[in-house]
Every structure is written in structure tokens, then in C-alpha cells.
Design a protein around this ligand. Structure first.
Ligand SMILES: [Zn+2]
Length: 99
């Protein structure tokens, strides 16, 4: 067991959101103050309530929360640059490997 916690690149995420969202306001309450989590969470496929260990696809997300009403937007951590893709996954980039 290792306790090392993966720190996310918050600045990169902020830059990404500034570029894509600009000064967007919360769609629910129309306030514009967001809090970006410094922790990555993951979404995993539901499997009849069983915890599946091993090679299952997960979606890494960073919660961005409206500070007024609590509306929480989950931003993909890879797409936004908050974390970088692990090296071993790069095999998927090879062409024609799936047929
Ligand atoms: Zn809100």
C-alpha cells in the first residue's frame, strides 16, 4: 500500500475552464463563483453493486462546485489537463490495433 496522493495540476485545470467556460455562471442559480476541487475522483461502471477490482474502465473527474447553490459539475480530469494519462495507456494510440 502506498499513501502517495496524486496531486492535480489545478492551474492547468483553471486555464482550461477559463478558456472553455470563460465567465460562465451557474446554470441553476446564475451565480458565478465556482470552487475547483484539488482532488480527482473516479467514476466506475456499476456492476450490480459488486466492487470490481482490476482492469475496469474508469472516468477521472474533478468536481467544480457552485459556491452559492452547491450545483456540482464533474469535469473530466484527463481532458482538462488536470492529470496526465498514465504512460501504459498510450498503447491505445497505435493505429489499427483493435481489429
Ligand atoms: Zn449555483
Amino acid at each position: 500500500m502506498h499513501m502517495e496522493k496524486k496531486k492535480i495540476d489545478t492551474q492547468k485545470l483553471i486555464n482550461h475552464l477559463n478558456g472553455k467556460w470563460g465567465q460562465v455562471k451557474c446554470p441553476l442559480c446564475n451565480h458565478g463563483q465556482w470552487n475547483i476541487s484539488d482532488t480527482v475522483y473516479e467514476l466506475r461502471e456499476y456492476n450490480d453493486g459488486n466492487m470490481v477490482i482490476g482492469n475496469v474502465p474508469i472516468v477521472p473527474v474533478v468536481p467544480v462546485t457552485c459556491m452559492n447553490c452547491g450545483n456540482t459539475v464533474l469535469v473530466n480530469a484527463l481532458l482538462s489537463g488536470a492529470v496526465t494519462q498514465p504512460k501504459k495507456v498510450n498503447e491505445n494510440e497505435k493505429e489499427g490495433g483493435d481489429e
